[in-house]
Design a protein around this ligand. Structure first.
Ligand code: ATP
Ligand code: MG
Length: 392
């Protein structure tokens, strides 16, 4: 939904409207977690979590369109005004098994119980329907002091769910905060527990972390606390990252992948990410002496990503070179060629059908290099000569 000025309705305002609907039905509800933290810090708020005394069934009654995305854990997802909200019933987690998930969960009627299961004090602030920020566990002081501190005993909390170890570093990088002393000591003592956590959860936190602008102080801390050493075989990759200026996510992944084999266990990167990495590597070599053909073979955005990386690291003016090549492109995709594979086959009656593709590629290169016009008769003529030459 858009307001009168045509702007998308502010995510926090939409969230507060949801709180009002829930409260009107005599339940409690608050915005919670990252959204409140980032609002207090004046940062952009991306997604909003809502915590409530209402059960998923109550939420379904109030918002028939809510989707039961994690009903067993009390989570319903609601899309409102173009924003996504996760509405979760107050919860108390049972005993944790294998350092990664609670054996059972229990719905609760007490918001403080819900806050106590959360990881860090700065992630346990509440905001009510009138926009007031409520602090029951000391999160406000820690936000002020720039400290990441677990709620309760750090060793216990990291033992319950070892992903919190990596999350502490993630917030260190995202917010530029320090990790509070006892929390840091517990990380030093319990770092190796991270290996008990599923690789998918680790990767999802790590990928978020790789996208933060400033990462060096966090990587240094991961090395100093020996956490890097516990994170499977990533350490040499992290050490390498220290030698670079600040990089983007894809650039960092590329640097890491020169030291860590992400195609092997325990890593389980998505096919899409692995493909992007392979293309990055190929382009890294190709851009040494770039040929216009790359624009027909690779994603344009990735070409510029690699050019930016080269420009930052070793080859100044790479972007200008690439821009000049792009501006001079006679054809932007294979199908812009004024002759098709079928037309070539009709003309030359290839007995070996793989010659169709080969001839098309010869023509594409010739057009891109300005050796022939992109005009059917010229192309057919050029192809005939080229086939004659290769038959000699
Ligand atoms: P970001 O905006 O960077 O994603 P966030 O604080 O919203 O930060 P999420 O991973 O989206 O982080 O988690 C939402 C909230 O859920 C957290 O603020 C925290 O209160 C709670 N939380 C998430 N993961 C854990 C965990 N492993 N243990 C305890 N509480 C957690
Ligand atoms: Mg979040």
């Amino acid at each position: 939904m858009y307001n009168k000025c045509g702007e998308k309705m502010d995510i926090l305002e939409s969230g507060k409207a949801i709180l009002k609907t829930i409260e009107a039905a005599s339940f409690e509800a608050f915005l919670v977690g990252g959204a409140v933290r980032d609002f207090v810090l004046g940062l952009d708020v991306q997604d909003v979590d809502i915590t409530t005394s209402a059960t998923p069934d109550d939420i379904t009654r109030l918002f028939p369109k809510a989707i039961p995305t994690g009903k067993a854990f009390g989570t319903m997802t609601l899309i409102k005004d173009g924003h996504t909200f996760e509405i979760t019933t107050y919860r108390q987690d049972g005993t944790y098994i294998n350092h990664r998930k609670p054996e059972s969960i229990k719905f609760s009627k007490d918001v403080e119980e819900d806050l106590k299961r959360r990881d860090f004090t700065i992630n346990a602030l509440l905001m009510n329907a009138s926009g007031k920020v409520i602090d029951l566990l000391g999160g406000f002081n820690d936000l002020d002091a720039g400290l990441i501190r677990t709620i309760g005993d750090p060793a216990e909390r990291f033992n319950e769910d070892a992903l919190r170890l990596l999350r502490a570093f993630r917030f260190h990088a995202k917010l530029g905060f320090h990790i509070e002393e006892h929390t840091l000591n517990a990380i030093q003592k319990n770092g190796s527990l991270i290996q008990k956590v599923s690789i998918e959860r680790i990767q999802s936190e790590a990928e978020k972390m790789l996208s933060y602008p400033v990462l060096k102080p966090t990587i240094q801390l991961m090395l100093d606390t020996k956490f890097a050493n516990a994170l499977f075989n990533i350490q040499p990759g992290l050490e390498a990252l220290l030698n670079y200026p600040e990089l983007t996510k894809v650039e960092r992944l590329y640097v890491l992948s020169n030291h860590v084999d992400f195609t092997q266990a325990p890593w389980r990167l998505s096919k899409k990410t692995l493909k992007k990495l392979t293309h990055f590597k190929e382009l890294y070599k190709a851009l040494d002496t770039p040929h216009p053909r790359i624009f027909l073979q690779y994603d344009r955005e990735l070409i510029y990503d690699v050019a930016h990386f080269l420009e930052k690291t070793e080859q100044p003016r790479k972007i200008k070179t690439i821009e000049a090549i792009e501006n001079a492109l006679v054809i932007k995709q294979s199908k812009d060629l004024d002759v098709s594979g079928k037309e070539l086959d009709t003309q030359f009656h290839f007995s070996d059908k793989s010659m169709i593709k080969k001839t098309l590629n010869v023509l594409i290169d010739a057009v891109l290099e300005g050796r022939v016009d992109n005009h059917k008769p010229s192309l057919l003529n050029y192809a005939a000569k080229s086939l004659e030459r290769s038959a000699e």
